[in-house]
Design a protein around this ligand. Sequence first.
Ligand SMILES: O=C(O)C(=O)C[C@]1(C(=O)O)C=C[C@@H](O)C=C1
Length: 364
Amino acid sequence: MSEQELKALRLRIDALDEKVLELISERARCAQEVARVKMASLAEGEVPVFYRPEREAQVLKRVMERNQGPLGNEEMARLFREIMSSCLALEQPLKVAYLGPEGTFTQAAAMKHFGHAVISKPMAAIDEVFREVAAGAVNFGVVPVENSTEGAVNHTLDSFLEHDMVICGEVELRIHHHLLVGENTKTDSISRIYSHAQSLAQCRKWLDAHYPNVERVAVSSNAEAAKRVKGEWNSAAIAGDMAAGLYGLTRLAEKIEDRPDNSTRFLMIGNQEVPPTGDDKTSIIVSMSNKPGALHELLVPFHDNGIDLTRIETRPSRSGKWTYVFFIDFVGHHRDPLVKGVLEKISQEAVALKVLGSYPKAVL
Ligand SMILES: O=C(O)C(=O)C[C@]1(C(=O)O)C=C[C@@H](O)C=C1
C-alpha cells in the first residue's frame, strides 16, 4: 500500500471518528434527558430507578440483530455495552459489589454485564456481597452460581436462604485457566499450586498429567492465588487473564481447563424487580413436605404447561435434618399468565415458595 493511500484512509477514519464522537455525545445528552424525565415523574417519596436491565437487554439485542459486520455481533454489542454503561454513569454511577479480590472472574463478569463505568467494590466472601447489597451500601452484587464442569456454587445458593434478594440479571463467562508464575519462580522446582477449590477441580486432569506430585492448595479465590505466587519462589497459581495481568505473572501453560467449554454463570443481585422483556428467566426456591412423590408433584405443573426448566438444584434446608429445598430456574417471567398459574399450583402443594426474581436471559 502506498503512503498516499494510507494517508487518505486515515483521513477517512478521522472524519468518521468525528461523526462517531458527535453521535455518542448526542446519545449521552439524550440519556441525561431520560434522567431528567425519570426524576420529574417521581411520586412523592419515590426513589428514582435509573438502571433498567430490561431496556439494556433490548438495546443490545437490537444492536446484534441489526449488525451487518464486519465486526461480529458480540463485539459490536460489547462496544454498545460500554457506551450504555457510560451513559448510565451520567445519570447515576452504579455501585457494584463482587466476589473479590480484584482480578477474579466475578469481577470480569461484573464488567461484562454492567460495563466499566461502574464503581466496583471487591468483597472477601460471597456472603459479604449479599450483606453489602442488603445494607444498601451498593446498588447490586455479582456472585457466581454454577459452573459447567463443577456444578453449583453452594455458598451462593445457601446465601439466598439467608437473605431477601432479588435476582435482576445473569451473565455467562467462558472460563480459561492458566498456570501462572512470578518472575522469581524456579519453574523446575514448583512444589505448590494455589487456586480456588473450584478452579483446581476444573483443571484436575491436567494437573494429574503434568504435576501429579505437587501439593494443590485451595485458597479463597484465584486472584488471591495469583497475588500469593508473586512473592514466592516455588509456587504457581491457576488463574485467569485478569489476575495474570493485574499481578504481572507469566503464563507457563495456557487454557489448562479439562473441558474446553468450561463456563461459569453469575447472578446480579439487588432489590429491584425487573419488568418482562419477552425473553426472560425466573429463579425460585421451593421446599416440599418430605413425602413420596413430592418432587414429581413439583415438576408436573411445569411439564403440563410446556415451561422449560433450565436448572434444578437441591440443598439442605437448614431448618431440619434431612429436609431439602429445591432451587429451580425456568424460562419465562413470573408476571406471564402461564407462569403465574404454575406458581399458584406449586404453592398449593409446597411448604414454602419464594420467587428470587425474573430477569432478561443473558444477551452477551
Ligand atoms: O432508557 C433508559 O431508561 C435509560 O436510562 C437510558 C439507558 C441507555 O443508555 O440506553 C441508560 C441506562 C439504563 O440502564 C438503560 C438505558
